[in-house]
Design a protein around this ligand. Structure first.
Ligand SMILES: *[C@@H]1O[C@H](CO)[C@@H](O)[C@H](O)[C@H]1NC(C)=O
Ligand SMILES: *[C@@H]1O[C@H](CO)[C@@H](O)[C@H](O)[C@H]1NC(C)=O
Ligand SMILES: *[C@@H]1O[C@H](CO)[C@@H](O)[C@H](O)[C@H]1NC(C)=O
Ligand SMILES: *[C@@H]1O[C@H](CO)[C@@H](O)[C@H](O)[C@H]1NC(C)=O
Ligand SMILES: *[C@@H]1O[C@H](CO)[C@@H](O)[C@H](O)[C@H]1NC(C)=O
Ligand SMILES: [Zn+2]
Length: 553
């Protein structure tokens, strides 16, 4: 009874205090999807040994309840947080409200760690990693869907060097497929789902003509062209993101008046419509309102390109009042799932939170955490729209960043401010900082002394956080990144393994690709038997209700 009382005090605080200026509620997201802001837990609660013991007991009970879900995964959704390092995930807990909080995917029952190195580099990029986690083969830095035998300066490759992605494996078994991203649709991660290119930058014909000018016989097509004409791209039922720039000739404008960069006279958006309309009803959209009004039942193929380049950072969308023009990742994810759920054979969907990475490259810590928070909400939504019985959800990242969460800030301090005390040069320092990047000028500001940040505006969305080594773009990090799984066969994701093992595990679960012929030997689970992850949520919800009752009686 005593501990129950402590819990109810905790909950009372949590419920009474749901918002503050540093963690504003996004005004255009369904409140049902908001992650609960767990607010300061009073020392009187955490000072009791029993509080922690009870926490451990609950954890152990939840672990004991975990079952191996060996159902066939009818659907697979892969969520890729580009550059979402473990320190990024941890700092985002603070951004959303507190150390105790868990992002949606941290409640998944199974975790593992992968080694993200590429064949030719210790610290990888998004191209070679995407070929690993989508195609099941490591290759070279900058390589998209080709083996490590192909160098990034090579203007040809043989058929044997093609690495097909899980998108094709799923299509070969009659599943619907889709790709959603907040980057350009021809950027490294989404491109690896449907294209093959020795170099990730060959996004339009002009770039290839220049790179391969000494190889006039080169047959390689640019990535945007491949989005319309490649075998696997042709079958994509949903494509959403940014990037009209590589789809249009440089004399053609998108609906915002921005010119394309092609020089071959093509309008690949119109060609996409023409090609897909031969197979069904194809719809092209470029504005959030069109997405809101989309008739999913009457659309067979959807192409949504909402920007000339990458989609805007969510914080810039909100700050510029563009929430009625630019769809956020949650809305794109919701529509994609609705489109793909029409296929009775199931589906494979790739969703990329692509700008977590870009914000880190600019040392924009706040934007990176905010993009991670939106990514987490998209996953929460996907979880609500699907069932553990038949849907495997895998959440991972491609690589880390040189982003650290450090110093000894007090509990509940704003993670985006300083540690609260001075360094050996008598100046304050940030809790979040970088080993390199454009934020370096804070480090060498006054003839080699650091700048004084005490009066900085830490609420500025594009504040660059301090970096040590001067680089115009911060670099990726080489250490392991996490894989979180929920649904059929997600227990196979535990341990430490190669990044290229990930798609094979997904293929095993879904019986596609190399595992299309796998024979099932286990008993299927049904309904709540399969819900190992949701067990935790349900127990907690029941606990809350009973505690509130206990507190007031
Ligand atoms: C690619 O081109 C080079 C030089 O032009 C040639 O030596 C090589 O055999 C070609 N490779 C393939 C796979 O066609
Ligand atoms: C890749 O290169 C190695 C070494 O030259 C060779 O043994 C192998 O057959 C090549 N693989 C392909 C797919 O060309
Ligand atoms: C495409 O762009 C090129 C290069 O600017 C230009 O010469 C050509 O006329 C354009 N073609 C079309 C169809 O607009
Ligand atoms: C660092 O460089 C940026 C961009 O050039 C500039 O706006 C900023 O004031 C500089 N900061 C310091 C501390 O020198
Ligand atoms: C740099 O720091 C040193 C030691 O604190 C101080 O003596 C010096 O005046 C500072 N220089 C500048 C330009 O701020
Ligand atoms: Zn990057």
């Amino acid at each position: 009874m005593v501990t129950l009382k402590y819990f109810s005090v905790l909950l009372f605080i949590a419920l009474a205090n749901t918002e503050d200026e540093f963690h504003p509620k996004p005004n255009n997201v369904d409140p049902a999807l908001e992650i609960t802001n767990i607010k300061p837990i009073h020392k009187t609660i955490e000072g009791h040994n029993l509080y922690w013991t009870e926490h451990a007991q609950r954890y152990i009970e939840d672990q004991l309840k975990l079952t191996k879900n060996t159902n066939k995964a009818k659907n697979v959704i892969m969520f890729l947080g580009d550059g979402m390092s473990i320190s990024t995930v941890a700092a985002t807990r603070m951004y959303l409200g507190g150390e105790e909080l868990s992002l949606s995917f941290e409640k998944f029952p199974h975790y593992g760690l992968v080694k993200p190195y590429c064949v030719d580099r210790q610290v990888p990029d998004s191209a070679c990693t995407a070929t690993a986690f989508l195609g099941g083969a490591k290759n070279n830095y900058r390589g998209i869907g080709v083996t490590a035998n192909v160098s990034s300066s090579q203007c040809n490759y043989s058929d044997e060097d093609v690495v097909h992605s899980i998108v094709k494996w799923a299509q070969d078994e009659g599943k619907a497929t889709g790709v959603v991203t907040t980057t350009r649709i021809t950027h490294a991660t989404p491109a690896s789902a449907y294209a093959h290119s020795p170099h990730r930058d060959w996004e339009n014909n002009a770039v290839i003509s220049s790179a391969c000018r000494n190889d006039p016989n080169s047959q390689i097509k640019d990535i945007a062209h491949q989005l319309v004409y490649n075998e696997e791209a042709k079958k994509l039922r949903v494509i959403m993101g940014g990037g009209t720039r590589h789809m249009l000739n440089n004399t053609m404008q998108n609906d915002e008046g921005r010119y394309g960069e092609r020089t071959d006279g093509r309008n690949l958006i119109e060609e996409w419509l023409e090609e897909r309309n031969k197979e069904g009803k194809a719809v092209y959209i470029s504005h959030k309102q069109q997405l809101d009004e989309l008739d999913v039942d009457k659309t067979d193929f959807l192409l949504g390109l909402f920007e000339h380049d990458h989609c805007m950072y969510r914080l810039d969308v909100l700050n510029n009042g563009l929430q009625n023009q630019e769809p956020l990742l949650t809305l794109m994810t919701e529509t994609a799932i609705k489109m793909l759920q029409k296929e009775e054979n199931g589906f494979f969907l790739l969703v990329e939170g692509g700008r977590i990475d870009h914000a880190h490259h600019s040392n924009y810590a706040r934007k990176s955490l905010d993009e991670t928070a939106e990514f987490s909400r998209a996953i929460e939504l996907a979880k609500l729209m699907t069932s553990d019985e038949d849907t495997l959800i895998v959440v991972t990242s491609d690589h880390s960043h040189v982003f650290t969460y450090s110093g000894y800030p007090y509990r509940h301090d704003d993670v985006l401010k300083t540690t609260g005390y001075t360094a050996d040069d008598d100046l304050r320092f940030e809790t979040l900082s970088y080993a390199n990047g454009p934020g370096y000028n804070r480090t060498y500001a006054n003839e080699g002394n650091r700048s004084d940040i005490i009066n900085d505006d830490f609420t500025h969305v594009s504040r660059r956080y301090s970096a040590m080594v001067p680089l115009s773009s911060e670099t990726h990090g080489g250490e392991d990144i996490a894989v979180y799984g929920s649904g059929p066969w997600s227990h196979l994701f535990q341990g430490s393994y190669e990044q290229s093992d990930i798609p094979l595990v997904m293929a095993y679960a879904a019986k596609i690709g190399p595992y299309a012929e796998r024979v099932e030997t286990t008993t299927p689970c049904t309904g709540s038997d399969c819900d190992s992850a949701n067990g935790v949520f349900v127990t907690f919800a029941l606990l809350i209700i009973s505690l509130i009752v206990v507190y007031f009686t």
